[in-house]
Structures are given as C-alpha cells and as structure tokens.
Design a protein around this ligand. Structure first.
Ligand SMILES: [Zn+2]
Length: 346
C-alpha cells in the first residue's frame, strides 16, 4: 500500500511517500481503508523525535492518529463493527485489561499508546486499530470532518464537560482561537454548554473567524493585556474556567484571570511546560488546577454523535493529498492556519 513514513527522526524531508506492507489484523482489530487523516502537533513532535516521542525503528514508521475511513476487514473476535462501515478512530489505544481500563477510567491506563506515535498510524491507505477504538459516523459527516474531531475535541470535552463542569451561566477563557483545540473548545463551550466564551488570537481576521465560531469576546494578545481585558469583560470577577492548551506563555495571564472557585484545565504545553504557581492565592481563592491528556471512548462517542447532528464540527483549514504530507507539516510549522490540516487518501 501507499504510505507516508519515516525511518529516522528529523526535518520534513524524512517524510517519505512510498510502498509499505499492509498492516496485519489481530483477532480484536479492524483494518480501515483510510479516507482522511488529520494532522496534530504530536505528528510534528513524533517526526522530530521530540517531547518523549522517540520511535524504536523496526522498519518504516507511519505517522497520524486522527483517522476516518471505511472498515475493510475485521478480526475473528470482532462483532460490533462491520465491513464497509464508516468510522472514525480514537487514537488513544488502551490495554482494556489493567485495573483502570476495567474500572472505566481508561485515561489512567498503565499501558496506553497513541496511534501514529507509539504504533504506526494513518498516513496510509490502510491502518489497523483495536475495534473498540473505531466509532461509527453518520452519513452526514464527511471523512475529513470526522478525522478532524478526536484529538482536539477529546481533551476539550474532558475538561469542559466532565472535569471543570462548565455551566451555561459561567465564563471560560480559551487561548489561541485559531488552533485545532481552540476551535473545538469554543464550540463545546458555546454550542454544547452555552457558556460565555472569551478567546485570544493574533489578527483581526482570526478574531472574526473566532466570533463566527461562537466566541463572545476576542482579545488580541499582541496588542492587549489579557488579564486586564478579562477583568473588564467580567466586571472584575475573572473567568470561572480556563482551558489551557498553550502552557507557559499563557499561564501568568490566565491564572491572573481566574475567578474565586475557578477551575484551570491544562491539555497542552506547546509554548513551554514550566510555570510558577502562587500557591497562597490558589488556596485563598479555592482554585483547582488539573491536567488532561485525551479522554474516554465514551467521550468520543458523544462528540461524534453531536458532530453528526451538526452541533459541533471540525474546522478544516486545508486538505492535502497524502503524498503532500510534507507540505502539510510545513504549513503547521508556519502557524498560518485556522483549524485543522487534513490529509486525504484517494
Ligand atoms: Zn489499561
């Protein structure tokens, strides 16, 4: 089959388009004919071998976790998914056997991995995944749309719906509206919960797109003081919830913007992972800080359900044919996009 793979870590030029053997299908797996695979920053880290993503190369490694396509083959033990079914993949692969998985707390799985990072993924015509990771998608959802959901919506869903329990009468601060996570978080906060959404971005063009997505207030972080603007907008109260996928650069302003009783969820540290915490203020203000990596399979089922109804949608900036994966990586590195970059597989 055709695939884009790497045999060593490095720059975009390590991405190679060529022929590799089709993946094997274990008894509990499904083989998916990939139609779309969305990029994530994790793809860039894995390509470079950065941030704990070094691959033990044992032949070509295929990147890509956010896959949508049609089931081409099912393992002997699989009875929940049928050949020909349109599906999207939860890229977080758990063992389904440890005490956390058995208890329904699969996000704590002690033997978990990520499709495309710890095992070969979806920059290919076919990918094999555990059947429990494949979710039926409605005909109203395109493969490109479906592929752009999992990795950006799962942490947002976990933070806003399950952990912070953002309420319709509350206000949430979401940095970097143009990123995949930003576009997802704005929609969950506004379209699903109905909360007031404050977001940040760098240009007026991106600010307009953020407003179209549902943001009530957009702060230009290049020209405005985030904490001061949040105070103005909230009448001095601050925000009830912060959904931080940016990390170090955003932390000081966001913590200064957090209300009494506020909840601060972290699901990414693209700008850096060390920050200073004012513990005294934190306990006086009854604040909570917590981390989230992805989410549960049930979270993705709910996300896919609402995407099928049109309540939320993947925001696609541009699609590229599989063989142009390197161009897509360059575009992501250049940070000139609003939403997801998606590879299509013909
Ligand atoms: Zn487990």
């Amino acid at each position: 089959m055709k695939a884009v793979y790497i045999t060593e870590h490095g720059d975009v030029d390590v991405l190679t388009y060529g022929d590799v053997p089709e993946p094997e299908v274990g008894p509990n797996d499904v083989k998916i004919r990939v139609r779309a695979c969305a990029l994530n920053r994790l793809d860039l880290y894995t390509r470079a071998g950065a941030r704990g993503t070094r691959v033990r190369f044992n032949g070509p490694h295929i990147l890509g976790g956010d896959v949508a396509g049609e089931v081409a083959e099912t393992g002997s033990q699989v009875n929940r998914v049928a050949v020909g079914e349109r599906v999207v993949v939860n890229p977080r692969i758990t063992c389904n056997q440890c005490r956390f998985c058995v208890a329904g707390q699969e996000e704590f799985c002690s033997d978990a991995g990520m499709l495309g990072s710890s095992v070969s993924g979806g920059y290919a015509e076919y990918v094999s995944v555990p059947a429990v990771n494949a979710f039926h998608i409605s005909d109203s959802l395109s493969f490109e749309q479906a592929a752009s959901l999992p990795t950006v919506f799962l942490p947002c869903w976990t933070i806003l719906m399950r952990k912070a329990k953002l309420k319709p009468w509350e206000t949430v601060l979401i940095p970097s509206a143009s990123s995949g996570v930003g576009t997802a978080a704005i929609q969950v906060a506004k379209n699903v919960i109905g909360a007031t959404v404050i977001t940040t971005t760098s240009t007026e063009e991106k600010a307009n797109k953020a407003r179209q997505l549902g943001a009530d207030h957009v702060i230009n972080y290049n020209t405005e003081d985030i904490a001061r603007r949040v105070k103005e907008i909230t009448g001095g109260q601050g925000v009830n919830v912060v959904l931080d996928h940016v990390g170090a650069d955003f932390w000081p302003a966001a913590m200064a913007s957090l209300a009494v009783g506020g909840r601060y969820g972290i699901c990414g540290v693209t700008s850096g992972y060390k920050a200073e915490l004012q513990m005294g203020l934190m306990f006086l203000r009854y604040q909570t800080v917590f981390g989230v990596f992805m989410g549960r399979k049930e979270d993705l089922r709910q996300i896919v359900e609402l995407a099928g109804r049109g309540t939320i949608r993947g925001i696609i900036h541009q699609t590229y044919p599989l063989e142009d994966a390197a161009k897509a990586h360059q575009a992501m590195e250049a940070v000139k996009f609003f939403g997801k970059l998606v590879l299509t597989v013909g």
